[in-house]
Each structure stands twice: as C-alpha cells, then as structure tokens.
Design a protein. Structure first.
Length: 100
C-alpha cells in the first residue's frame, strides 16, 4: 500500500496537500518522510537559490495540520487544494511519491 499525493497547492508561507494514506501507515511517519524527502529534492534541484533564503539546515517548520475527509466531497477538497497559489507541480508530486 502506497501513499498517493493527489494535489498540492502552495501559498507564500505554507503548502496544502491532498494525500491518500493507507490506514496501516502512521500519519506522523508519512509527514516526516514527506518533509524529509521533499527537502532533499528541493535542495538538490534548487540548492543555490534556496541558500540565499534558508541558511538553516532545516527547510520545513516542525508543525503540521492533518484532517481526514469526512462529510466533504472529494471534488471540493481537490478544488480547494488546487486553488492554493494557483501553481501546478505535478512532476514534483510524482518524484516525491516515488521516493515514499
């Protein structure tokens, strides 16, 4: 069973992700891997540019917010996440999913 990134939406200071996580996967571990792998990929691809803004050895903040899908329809969640920052980064999602 794999973690599947369905959509990513970006704001100036945070990221929204719509992710399918199998019930057997501990959410904190998935978040830890998402942050760790995405940080590594971003630093490999954009390290010089990031160095100007992120001089600390960490890229992401310690905290995160997780919510489950309940009475909300999947279409609404997709649209909400898609509209965050209006940036489409599907190729980056694929690389991150493969690393998970």
């Amino acid at each position: 069973m794999y973690v599947r990134i369905i959509r990513i939406g970006m704001e100036e200071d945070h990221v929204h992700m719509y992710v399918s996580i199998p019930p057997v996967k501990p959410i904190p571990k998935v978040i830890q891997r998402l942050k760790g792998i995405s940080s590594k990929l971003l630093r490999e691809k954009h390290g010089k540019w990031l160095a100007e803004y992120y001089w600390k050895p960490v890229l992401w903040a310690v905290g995160y917010f997780v919510s489950t899908v309940g009475n909300v329809d999947e279409k609404i969640i997709r649209q909400y996440v898609e509209n965050q920052g209006k940036q489409d980064i599907d190729d980056e999602c694929i690389a991150l999913e493969e690393a998970l």
